[in-house]
Design a protein around this ligand. Structure first.
Ligand code: BLA
Length: 521
């Protein structure tokens, strides 16, 4: 095998995981069409019932083939229509050839069909996961959310409670960065599986189409990574000629590459719950078990519910922190405006108050640079080097009102020699006519990233090109990378503060020009 970093990413991203056409065997599926939900497709594992062979249900109305489902859930089914997402409906009993069995029913609509999925439940677990049983835990969780002061504490609370509800060996909170790599930010475990706390995993471990699917369907479970996929019969929906879209299914069979990944990780069961903040995928809860483990639908739904409460609280905390920072920077902005207004040359208002100029964006150094002048504030590269940045900016980013980076040397290689002074740069252009900038600098912060396995060897491809030729990495041993040439990132309020200063400066310049014109009339 050979390593093909890059090439395999597109192959991973292209796998159509929502229409693979098979299910996991922890339940069975019926697809009904029309008002009487005539069964047009069914999974191959529908149980036989006394006097009713599963092989004969095709073409029958749901109420005739499964009177128990038809009568118990008729009104619930009507209420489901048009909503996205598989909804847990109720627990019901089916008479099978092996005797009465309890099932949890989940229903959703897909491509004009009503999809019913039934998962067998042991009656003891049903009561353990009833709302009554879960209420004290949900209650304590909500109380805990109020006392948690940081996002880290919130995440730790979530990991512990999700593990408590599900009984997995390990539950972790996994947060995406802007490149879709993820870091384990909280973890709760019983020691059976290794700790992944603080480890980073490459974006390709959860490819783009999977992330998009997980944004729309928040929950998935793989009770036994050793499962045999169950086909849907017939494979194509007769009325459309297309495979069933299983995006919202609770039984959907998962990508074989991922099943192999789980085995390589030493885990036979997994469950993950999407954490959405403002409609975007912020992260996942990822739970694992060394041995196969099933978690009933109602317990999974309780996890989803907990996670949504968590996400609301997290969003509120993040918004609160940003609002506080905006308020703080707004006060500095107001002072700088005052200082500039007092001076004949507005630039003096900035030059005479370097601490406020630096605090405005949280920088260590700043410079005000025009074709003729270069004034330095705080800790900056040498004038010659700042001039180099100025020349580079005017050529490559001349037309942009604001430019920012937290890895300057990646764009402007000469910055490598002064990375310790300026790895982060925010630049605002303060003249419509001439190349003039205010620049802010941040030093390099060398970071050691611990990856869960070498991120440059995320997948291997069999050079003989067999049908199943893509394989995930085998090792999750810690692989350390030293990241150089990067500063701490600029926050949105800091960049906005720089933009606001630009508008203020342009406003002052314009007003002064008009005053001058009026004087000379
Ligand atoms: C799916 N990959 C996933 C899922 C997780 C991860 C959580 C969701 C399914 C589940 O809940 O198990 C990855 N799990 C992780 C990571 C951690 C974790 C990073 O606990 C860290 C602690 N995977 C690869 C490669 C490919 C790939 C190279 O490594 C590309 C071919 C694919 N992963 C892949 C696919 C899915 C997936 C296709 C979607 C599975 C599905 O839902 O069908």
């Amino acid at each position: 095998t050979q390593t093909q970093h890059g090439a395999e990413l597109t192959a991973c991203d292209r796998e159509p995981i929502h229409i693979l056409g098979t299910l996991q065997p922890h339940g069975f599926l019926l697809a009904g069409e029309g008002a009487d939900l005539r069964i047009v497709q069914a999974s191959a594992n529908v149980p036989d019932r006394p006097g009713r062979l599963a092989a004969r249900i095709h073409g029958q109305p749901l109420g005739a083939a499964f009177p128990e489902i038809g009568s118990a859930a008729a009104s619930d089914l009507a209420a489901q229509s048009g909503r996205e997402g598989a909804n847990y409906v109720r627990t019901l009993t089916l008479n099978t050839v092996d005797g009465p069995r309890s099932y949890d029913l989940a229903v959703h609509q897909s491509s004009g069909l009503t999809i019913l999925e039934l998962e067998e439940v042991a009656s003891e677990t049903a009561s353990a996961h009833s709302l009554d049983a879960l209420y004290p835990l949900l209650n304590a969780f909500v109380e805990g959310l109020h006392t948690a002061t940081t996002a880290e504490e919130l995440c730790a609370l979530l990991a512990a409670d999700i593990r408590h509800i599900t009984g997995f060996d390990r539950a972790l909170v996994y947060r995406f960065d802007r490149d879709w790599n993820g870091t384990v930010v909280a973890e709760d475990g019983n020691g059976v599986l290794p700790s992944y706390l603080d480890l980073r995993f490459p974006a390709s471990d959860i490819p783009a189409q999977a992330r998009e699917l997980y944004r729309r369907n928040r929950l998935r479970i793989i009770p036994d990574a050793g499962y045999e996929p169950v086909p849907i019969v017939p494979k194509l929906t007769p009325s459309t000629g297309a495979p069933l879209d299983l995006s919202q299914s609770v039984l959907r069979s998962v990508s074989p590459v991922h099943v192999e990944y789980m085995r390589n990780m030493g885990t036979m069961a997994s469950m993950s719950v999407s954490i959405l903040v403002d409609g975007a995928l912020w992260g996942l809860i990822s739970c694992h078990n060394k041995a196969p483990r099933q978690v009933p639908l109602r317990a999974r739904n309780a996890c989803d519910f907990l996670t949504r409460i968590f996400a609301l609280q997290l969003a509120a905390k993040e918004r609160g922190a940003l609002a506080e920072q905006r308020l703080h920077l707004g006060a500095i902005q107001a002072r700088l405006l005052g200082f500039m207004a007092e001076e004949d040359q507005f630039v003096d208002g900035l030059l005479n108050h370097p601490e406020d100029v630096l605090a405005l964006t949280g920088a260590n150094g700043a410079a005000i640079v025009t074709a003729e002048h270069c004034r330095l504030l705080g800790t900056t590269p040498a004038e010659r080097q700042v001039r180099g940045i100025y020349d580079w900016l005017s050529v490559h980013h001349g037309g942009e009102p604001v430019y920012m980076t937290d890895a300057l040397s990646a764009e402007h290689p000469p910055a490598r020699s002064f990375a310790d002074l300026a790895s982060g740069l925010v630049a605002i252009s303060i003249s419509q006519k001439y190349a003039s900038y205010v620049l802010w600098f941040r030093p390099e912060v060398v970071q050691t990233v611990k990856w869960g396995g070498n991120p440059t060897k995320v997948a291997t491809q069999d050079p003989t090109g067999g049908p199943d030729r893509l394989h995930p990495r085998k090792s999750f041993e810690i692989w350390k990378e030293t990241v150089q040439g990067r500063s701490l990132p600029w926050s949105a309020p800091e960049v906005d503060a720089a933009k606001d200063l630009r508008s203020a400066v342009l406003g002052i310049v314009l007003r002064r020009a008009e005053e001058l014109a009026a004087l000379s009339e």
